[in-house]
Design a protein around this ligand. Structure first.
Ligand SMILES: [Zn+2]
Length: 168
């Protein structure tokens, strides 16, 4: 496939926001504050929030404010900035929930279990005894109170100056 065709192929995968319709992306609605969410961190380009259906205590999502269906459609520079947020946020999550470790996950496409077609990175705290059978812990519905409490803890460990400095 030559460069031009490759470009055309990639463009065909991009859905313009006008084509998406006003409420077809849950994360775009969250970015625009049309849906409730529990905020952890926000800057001009990224939003960090608590997962409503956590795999574990402290399960957090990092999403770009711009809509990209998946990682293939996101400019590399933005991917770099997205991933540079991962250790910064994880450093605040781990002591908040006293995790023994954590997973970083990013799914692309239905075959890879991507549920919301808007790029997002999962940070999932793990605990020594959370997986006796070696499988993922079960997702559950968390109460807003629980999520707010954890988010407050994470915010206390986050240094906003450091976050912004690291992303320049
Ligand atoms: Zn979106």
């Amino acid at each position: 496939m030559d460069l031009y065709l490759n470009y055309k192929y990639i463009k065909s995968l991009v859905r313009l926001e006008t084509e998406l319709g006003k409420s077809s992306c849950i994360f775009c609605d969250i970015v625009k504050k049309r849906l409730p969410f529990v905020n952890v961190y926000e800057d001009d380009n990224f939003l960090v929030l608590m997962d409503k259906y956590p795999i574990s205590r402290g399960h957090t999502l990092i999403i770009p404010k711009n809509h990209y269906d998946n990682l293939l459609l996101m400019p590399e520079r933005e991917v770099g900035r997205l991933y540079s947020l991962v250790p910064i946020i994880a450093r605040a999550i781990v002591p908040t929930v006293k995790a023994d470790g954590f997973n970083v996950g990013q799914n692309n496409g239905k075959a890879a279990n991507q549920i919301v077609p808007h790029v997002h990175v999962h940070i999932i705290p793990r605990f020594n005894d959370d997986s006796p059978n070696g499988r993922w812990p079960m997702r559950r519905v968390a109460s807003h109170e629980e999520l707010f409490k954890i988010a407050d803890g994470i915010k206390r460990f986050l240094n906003p100056t450091l976050v912004n400095k690291d992303l320049i």
